[in-house]
Design a protein around this ligand. Structure first.
Ligand SMILES: Cc1cc2nc3c(=O)[nH]c(=O)nc-3n(C[C@H](O)[C@H](O)[C@H](O)COP(=O)(O)OP(=O)(O)OC[C@H]3O[C@@H](n4cnc5c(N)ncnc54)[C@H](O)[C@@H]3O)c2cc1C
Length: 608
């Protein structure tokens, strides 16, 4: 059975040596006023969370997968131990960790909350989605609900008495929400009646909490077609009286649960709304804007699933590689044994170091972005808030897609280290592969993330946000000129910043002639930007680690390993950008084929 130990050393390295989070958070009065900005408090929280993840959540991971969720008469039962663990989690205050103290939260910075969520995900991703979705609902309501609604709902979400969901997808539409049909009829008493079917709703029905707060996209009768006619509604499972007590059961019913490849312990529900009462959140017909708050958070959260699963898969593959003996290494590593440990072979080291490097790049990106989110929301200087918001907007699709694509291949690679045993259930590695796959699909497929990055975030604003990322890279290169130990990384980084600009221009020019050119290049482009971002972060991490080595602080070898991981990344993983640059330049041409010959269709689908 797999085990999990939170990577506290790496988290602390990022918080202290790389991001200097305490100093950054000290500039944010929201946190200083609640006294939640200190490194000491962060240390205590991380220690406690690590214990909870390993001792309470992780032991339920394999059993939850084997048992799954069941539904009978609309009532969902989650696997043994799940709801008790959630009660324990809520009672210990974790559900309100980074919530606003005005509503009963603890006001802990998002950057710390994000590290805690990595641990819960790694320990048990299916379980972690129940509090994860609630957190998303809390964020959207906090941003867009009326004060009255906030006063009733936010404290209950933060205590974990109630949980939340995100109801977008319908049988005929997932990516294209403009097609959605769920209808809302105005009751002219401040409520609407919603009718329709939502599918694939994570944590859509369960036995964790007294009430479930569904955030639902629907079209008010008579509203325009497309995304401009969509509104956001709050539809509780049980109606809520003005004093917060629970009223009658609302007709929103779980018709069935999906049978799926992974995350089996998370209830993925088909929900029928049959005149269910809801209240409007934000303005009518502006629902997509309000839902984007939740979706952006959820996209980063999904990226974290790639990281968490990659990390736990790595830890177990590493332990196995040290233990498993096969064949004889030259020179012998363990001459007294019949064979040598597989960790001695370069190909096994390649797999382990690839997974480790992608995990550490992902953690650096996630922590950096989480801190930028803190700055975006709470910095007193509007200019600083805007800078942070631009980086978060640009890199949210990158974090979602690059982290989950790498997360999935990481679990596969870690499974490969186990040879045939990786394919056998009792080792737990095949569960990680199955659980990681969904990250590439939901919250907007990774293809759609790529279109968001290239179309909206880069070409859509004339490259302004991309320029901010490039400026960070070039500033780092200039500041560190002459630093011999960083020299080779700086050379690569400087060229990468330039090439990112050139590639963007090439695509932009082609896309002006034919919009399909952007669609054709987007996935490779996102991967390219992902690599450039990780290369920047590995250079920053190397600098911080080298400084600690000079100070004589490398007793456990952590900093040396960090620099060597960065060097491995630059030598073995970053060169993929050469292929990506070539495939980006190849453009849409190779897909413009004879549709009849290639796809067996009579009529050309796309005119060249
Ligand atoms: C386990 C699970 C849990 C989920 N949880 C939730 C949840 O809690 N709430 C919720 O609302 N939804 C949820 N979803 C739904 C999920 O977000 C959607 O499945 C996903 O966004 C894709 O939509 P779709 O399945 O309709 O695929 P489609 O939109 O039909 O897409 C099919 C393919 O076409 C591609 N494609 C579509 N349009 C374009 C385009 N313009 N250019 C290029 N390629 C395109 C897509 O990338 C994809 O590869 C969940 C799904 C699953 C499987």
């Amino acid at each position: 059975m797999p085990t999990y130990k939170a990577p506290l050393r790496d988290m602390r390295f990022l918080l202290k040596d790389v991001l200097n989070a305490e100093a950054a958070l000290s500039e944010l009065p929201y946190y200083t006023q609640h006294e939640t900005h200190s490194a000491d408090l962060a240390d205590q929280i991380l220690d406690e969370a690590a214990r909870f993840a390993s001792n309470v959540i992780q032991p339920l991971n394999a059993s939850g997968d084997a048992e799954g969720c069941t539904v009978q008469g609309g009532v969902v039962t989650t696997p043994a131990g799940f709801k008790e663990a959630f009660k324990q989690y809520a009672a210990a205050g974790w559900t309100g960790l980074d919530g606003d103290p005005e509503y009963g939260g603890q006001g802990v910075p998002h950057v710390i909350g994000n590290a805690v969520s990595e641990m819960m995900i790694a320990a048990n991703v299916a379980w972690s989605m129940y509090p994860g979705l609630s957190h998303g609902a809390y964020t959207a309501l906090k941003a867009y609900a009326s004060d009255e609604t906030k006063n009733i709902y936010l404290p209950k979400l933060l205590t974990g008495e109630w949980t939340g969901t995100m109801c977008l997808t319908e049988p005929h539409c997932g990516t294209d929400l403009g097609l959605l049909r769920t209808k809302a009829v105005d009751n002219n008493d401040g409520t609407y009646s919603l009718s329709g079917t939502k599918i694939f709703i994570s944590a859509g029905e369960h036995d964790f909490a007294d009430n479930i707060v569904h955030l639902v996209l629907a079209r008010i009768e008579g509203a325009p077609a497309g995304t401009k006619g969509i509104s956001l509604f709050l539809v509780p499972k049980f109606m809520v009286n003005p004093d917060g007590s629970l009223g009658e059961r609302n007709p929103v019913v779980c018709a069935s649960l999906e049978h799926k490849m992974g995350i089996k312990a998370n209830a993925t529900a088909v929900l029928n709304f049959d005149g269910a009462k809801g209240i409007l959140v934000g303005q009518a017909n502006r629902g997509m804007q309000a839902m984007f708050i939740m979706m952006n958070g959820a996209r980063l959260g999904t990226g974290m699933q790639g990281l968490g699963l990659g990390e736990v898969a790595y830890q177990n593959a590493l332990a196995y590689a040290k233990d498993r003996i096969q064949m004889r290494h030259e020179p012998r590593i363990t001459p007294a044994e019949a064979a040598d440990p597989i960790i001695g072979y370069p190909d096994v080291r390649r797999m382990l170091m690839t997974v480790k490097a992608y995990n550490e790049g992902a953690r650096a990106l996630a922590m950096w972005l989480a801190l930028q989110i803190d700055v975006e929301h709470h910095h007193p200087d509007a200019g600083k808030r805007e800078e942070a918001a631009d980086i978060v907007a640009l890199l949210t699709p990158v974090a979602k897609a690059f982290m989950t694509d790498n997360g999935f291949t990481n679990t596969v690679m870690a499974q490969q280290v186990f040879g045939g045993h990786g394919y056998i259930r009792e080792w737990g590695m095949e569960q990680y592969v199955r659980d990681a796959r969904i990250g590439q699909i939901y919250e907007g497929t990774n293809g759609i993330q790529a279109l968001d990055l290239l179309g909206r975030k880069v070409l859509g604003d004339g490259g302004k946000k991309l320029q901010k990322l490039s400026s960070l890279l070039t500033a780092f290169v200039e500041e560190n000129e002459g630093n011999e130990e960083l020299e080779s990384m700086l050379e690569v980084l400087g060229k990468a910043a330039q090439q990112a600009g050139t590639l963007t221009m090439v695509i932009g020019q082609k896309a002006m002639q034919n919009p399909d050119e952007a669609n054709a290049a987007a996935v490779d482009y996102l991967r390219y930007i992902g690599h450039v971002t990780y290369a920047y972060l590995f250079a920053v991490m190397s600098k911080a680690a080298l400084e600690q080595i000079v100070l004589g602080n490398d007793r456990d070898g952590f900093y040396r390993a960090k620099v060597q991981t960065a060097q491995f990344y630059y030598a073995k993983l970053f060169p993929e950008t050469k292929t990506l640059a070539a495939t980006i330049k190849a453009g849409n041409g190779p897909m413009q084929v004879d549709d009849a010959a290639m796809f067996g269709v009579e009529r050309p689908l796309v005119t060249a």
